[in-house]
Design a protein around this ligand. Structure first.
Ligand SMILES: NC(=O)c1ccc[n+]([C@@H]2O[C@H](COP(=O)([O-])OP(=O)(O)OC[C@H]3O[C@@H](n4cnc5c(N)ncnc54)[C@H](OP(=O)(O)O)[C@@H]3O)[C@@H](O)[C@H]2O)c1
Length: 200
């Protein structure tokens, strides 16, 4: 199985969602998410390879239909309902697959020869994925402002993960990343990354 990363935006209290949607809209974080999950790293072939994004059924449904599947990425949707209708606009779409559990999601990602694999939520799926030894990175946009949430990211154990430097984050995503506290309207946020200790 290949290593994978979690990508998430969370408050200090690890809030990530409200009423089955995102509690905020931060355009620069959405652009960052798109870059991180789409960018095929150096040494891989961007003409033939696509990264994989793994998400729970609720997160899939939270993406506006016109934006799903997420383009230029292989989309893997996890549901216990084998006849779940993903309501794909294009029934011949080859970039989206439904799987019955997380292990099958990782098998699918490997079949696709995806250079990078990202688990993109929500809470149920993060909770399983963060315990996995192959979960080597957590790309965390920390929302520093107080925001009401009803869905939470699992605790990030100090024993298992360490906060990486900004330079490590930039090296991982292979592009410059704004450093320090950023502001969008009334919201403050910061781009951070955690790395599994045993991995380094
Ligand atoms: N801030 C962020 O970065 C971020 C990112 C993503 C999502 N979110 C937010 O998180 C919330 C959604 O999170 P959530 O925890 O409610 O839902 P979720 O994890 O997106 O999806 C849960 C669903 O996934 C399926 N599932 C979960 N574990 C499974 C397993 N072990 N095997 C098979 N299927 C499994 C089940 O689908 P079935 O019921 O069909 O069986 C389950 O109902 C929303 O508010 C969303 O906006 C935030």
């Amino acid at each position: 199985m290949t290593n994978f990363a979690l990508v998430v935006a969370a408050t200090e209290e690890l809030g990530i969602g409200l009423l089955s949607t995102l509690p905020w809209r931060i355009p620069k974080d959405m652009a960052f998410f798109k870059h991180v999950t789409t960018h095929v790293p150096q040494g891989s072939d961007s003409a033939t390879q696509k990264n994989a994004v793994i998400m729970g059924r609720v997160t899939w449904e939270s993406i506006p239909p016109k934006f799903r599947p997420l383009n230029d990425r292989f989309n893997i949707i996890v549901s216990r309902n084998p006849s779940y209708d993903m309501k794909l606009a294009d029934s011949t779409d080859q970039s989206t697959v439904l799987v019955g559990d997380m292990e099958d999601a990782f098998i699918e990602a490997r079949k696709q020869n995806s250079p990078r694999v990202f688990v993109i939520g929500g809470a149920q799926v993060y909770k399983i994925a963060i315990k996995h030894a192959k979960c080597t990175h957590i790309i965390l946009t920390r929302v520093r402002s107080k925001v009401d949430c009803d869905t939470f990211f699992p605790e990030i154990s100090d024993e298992e993960f360490r906060l990486a430097s900004h330079e490590e984050l930039e090296a991982y995503v292979e592009q410059p990343v704004p450093k320090g506290i950023q502001t969008h309207k009334e919201l403050q946020y910061e781009f951070t990354m955690y790395v599994r200790k045993m991995f380094m």
